[in-house]
Write a new protein. Sequence first.
Length: 294
Amino acid sequence: MDIKSLQVFCHLAGSLHFGQTAHAHHVSPSTLSRMIQRIEDEVGCQLLQRDNRTVELTVAGRKFEQYANQQLLQWQQFQGELQAEQPQLTGKLSLYCSVTAAYSHLPQLLDGFRRLYPHIEIMLDTGNAANAVEKVIDKQVDFAIAAYPESLPKSCYFYSLAQIPLSIIAPTIDCQVSQKLAQRQVNWQQMPIILPDHGAARKRFEHWYRQKGQGKPNIYATVSGHEALVSMVALGCGVGIAPEVVLENSPVKDRVRRISSAAAIKPFELGICCLKKRMDEPVIKAFLATILEH
């Protein structure tokens, strides 16, 4: 039984969701079903009970999950022992961050590491910063640059890098949004709002808006990623919230203006996140050491 099959089964045992596990391991749901069927055929009994809505482990499935986790742990230890005997550390390091973080914070994290460990292959995935911690938990990446969540899972280690201020922003062009903001008494219930679909920035906007006491916000759109949000505000679609680091690095920064001081909104803590149980793996341990030294 190959290592990948064990990894996929353990992920599915945790998620109990074929779609999530298929996405995490970059396979189709039908391919995932065939992989599980092959495992069950090899084991000789049913490991999962599933219908159109639910997935549950059988008694044998729970026992096999324990076996698979033990095998994966032994495999990781074996790889670590082999790498420890090699004169140069080799392997892969996978990272996830937003597009902005890829050039605002990532270079300084990687410069020293690359000099010390030139044979480590760096794999970078970019996307919505609000998904960063989830990527680590799902083992899609080794590390993620993430905002400290309201509740950090106990399985995660977080090392703080910076405090990131946020601002409420509006377009500079002459548009309906600018005209509404120019009124002596701004009617916020009529103001179109553009929000992140989830994450720390959205929660901070909701807190800021509640303080105005003007009823429910008029949400024009929700978007994935702060970079896209800034662009929509620049086009005159509405008012939104964005981290200062995104504004400073945005190609449309001259087309937006701040309508709140950074002090009016609680900043979020930006840091590097990984799974605690993986911190002794040689490549991950080496990367953490270079960060802590600087």
